[in-house]
Design a binder for this molecule. Structure first.
Ligand SMILES: Cc1cc2nc3c(=O)[nH]c(=O)nc-3n(C[C@H](O)[C@H](O)[C@H](O)COP(=O)(O)OP(=O)(O)OC[C@H]3O[C@@H](n4cnc5c(N)ncnc54)[C@H](O)[C@@H]3O)c2cc1C
Length: 464
């Protein structure tokens, strides 16, 4: 198989050299394969000539993961066919894929906030999560099989019965939502999911689908104080429901049963107030609840009232248009943050830590102290997974933000948490991963990379 066109025009390549973290790189050539066999031809050529190869999809990564440090760039954008509802090429936009199958009454739950901008393969490579992860888990359990090209150019179809060609080091992941480090996989599929493009290039994905929930109710509730919000959270969490790919529900019993619990601090509300009219409250929570046509609205309003929420300000969405409006509000936040960062010409410094339930109040208090620097804190409260985004205005402030970030990371790890709950490690968070797992673990993963990719061509500088 011949190589696809080798694009060397700097003006075209320029569009592929950064990601949402505002990290910039360089590449000598760009290739846009249209088939798995073309991907294999590229990888074999790179192996034979020891050319570093970076996989780039939609570049929504916040960690510099798809940003090349020289060598060639392989873009998955032309691998974008929907073959069947559960069989899709890796380069298709995740949101486009979900819209297509939802029109057929089917549901693929992973919902990174960026799902309308990121690819299916990117979500697999990063084991992406989202608000609904609270009930449905991350991308991993929703993937049945992938087609991939390994670093030696071998084309494989891997499911959970496929042995891994190299032993993946076992280790004890923290007991929180996490996307940091190599998953201690015992099969090739699980090794590729979350490997951030370092063990192979995923070209095609077979998903596990369940029927689309018939009705979803969303509530955007505002609180006068954090204490009242946290009281309410305790009650909402008591009926946590988990849903597995077989469709089985591990039910939290009667009651509120939210499928997501999203948080907005006062500074986040201030940031989106310019775009949408929201309450003047101290903080807010956005919930979604699946139901069969009889929304449990009274139970929710009753609980909100009992915990002192500003019930008159509450926004309730019961239909598609209302839900889309609330999703737009939620998405406006990280998008606004990224725009500010890009305008300020600095790199992003944002936490992606998750901690155990008991550590949440302490982390929230620590997130309040940003040394006077503008910042916003929002995210997946149900999983104690919040994004504190610093908004540095100068390089000096950026350096301060990085120091503060490291202090917070150490504390999150000491409390039993992870340095990355969903965005992964990429190039920017290697030191944080090393701090979390220790040098011995990093050495074990280096050895894995050496076995899988002896010339070290794939995703150089990513993860370890
Ligand atoms: C506004 C905003 C909100 C976000 N919200 C979330 C969120 O809620 N949850 C979440 O998890 N993430 C979130 N992210 C991060 C990001 O969107 C996800 O990590 C996403 O999965 C990346 O997909 P992508 O197609 O953009 O991949 P890219 O950014 O292009 O690449 C990411 C990594 O995956 C590798 N890769 C991509 N495709 C393949 C492939 N086919 N085979 C092998 N490796 C591949 C790349 O080499 C790179 O290492 C957000 C980002 C932004 C900008």
């Amino acid at each position: 198989m011949a190589l696809p066109e080798l694009i060397t025009d700097p003006a075209i390549i320029a569009g592929y050299l950064s990601d949402a973290s505002n990290t910039h790189g360089s590449a000598d050539a760009l290739l846009r394969p249209t088939s798995t066999l073309e991907v294999a031809a590229i990888i074999r050529h790179c192996q034979a000539n020891v050319i570093p190869l970076t996989v780039t999809a939609r570049r929504t990564s916040t960690t510099g993961a798809p940003v090349p440090e020289g060598g060639w760039l392989l873009s998955t954008e032309k691998l974008a066919t929907l073959h069947a509802p559960d069989d899709v090429d890796a380069g298709m936009l995740l949101g486009e894929y979900q819209a297509a199958i939802e029109a057929q009454g089917l549901f693929f739950p992973p919902d990174p906030t960026s799902r309308h901008e990121c690819s299916v393969g990117g979500a697999v490579a990063c084991n992406a999560s989202g608000a609904r992860t609270y009930a449905y888990g991350p991308t991993r359990p929703w993937i049945r099989k992938v087609e991939a090209v390994l670093a030696d150019g071998t084309v494989v179809q891997a499911d959970r019965e496929t042995p891994c060609p190299w032993p993946v080091p076992a280790w004890s992941e923290p007991h929180v939502k996490t996307a940091a480090g190599y998953f201690p996989a015992t099969n090739l599929l699980d090794a590729l999911i979350g490997a951030e493009g370092t063990l192979g290039v995923v070209t095609r994905v077979w998903t596990r689908l369940i029927p689309l929930p018939r009705h979803v109710l969303a509530i955007f509730a505002f609180f006068p104080s954090r204490a009242s919000l946290l009281d309410f959270l305790t009650e909402a969490r008591a009926t946590r429901t988990r849903i597995t790919p077989g469709g089985a529900r591990e039910d939290g019993g009667a009651g509120l049963r939210p499928r997501c619990i999203e948080y907005f601090d006062r500074r986040s509300l201030d940031l989106i107030r310019s775009r949408v009219p929201v309450s003047e409250a101290d903080s807010a929570v956005l919930f979604e609840i699946e139901h069969d046509g009889e929304p449990p609205l009274e139970a929710w309003i009753d609980a909100l009232q009992r915990h002192g929420a500003l019930v008159d300000d509450t926004i309730v969405a019961e239909d598609e248009a209302g839900l889309a409006r609330l999703h737009a509000i939620r998405h406006a936040l990280p998008a606004e943050v990224n725009e500010i960062i890009a305008r300020n010409g600095v790199r992003k410094v944002g936490t992606d830590f998750a901690v155990p339930d008991s550590a949440l109040p302490e982390m929230l208090a620590l997130y309040d102290d940003t040394g006077g620097m503008p910042a916003v804190c929002f995210g997946h409260l149900g999983d104690n997974h919040l994004h504190l985004n610093f908004l540095p205005r100068t390089q000096e402030e950026w350096a301060q933000a990085k120091d503060r970030y490291m202090t917070l990371a150490r504390r999150a790890v000491a409390l039993g948490g992870t340095v990355s709950a969903e965005h992964g490690i990429g190039r920017l968070k290697r030191a944080h991963l090393a701090m979390m797992v220790g040098d011995e673990q990093i050495a074990a993963w280096r050895a894995l990379r050496k076995l899988a990719d002896p010339s070290g061509i794939l995703g150089r500088g990513v993860m370890v």
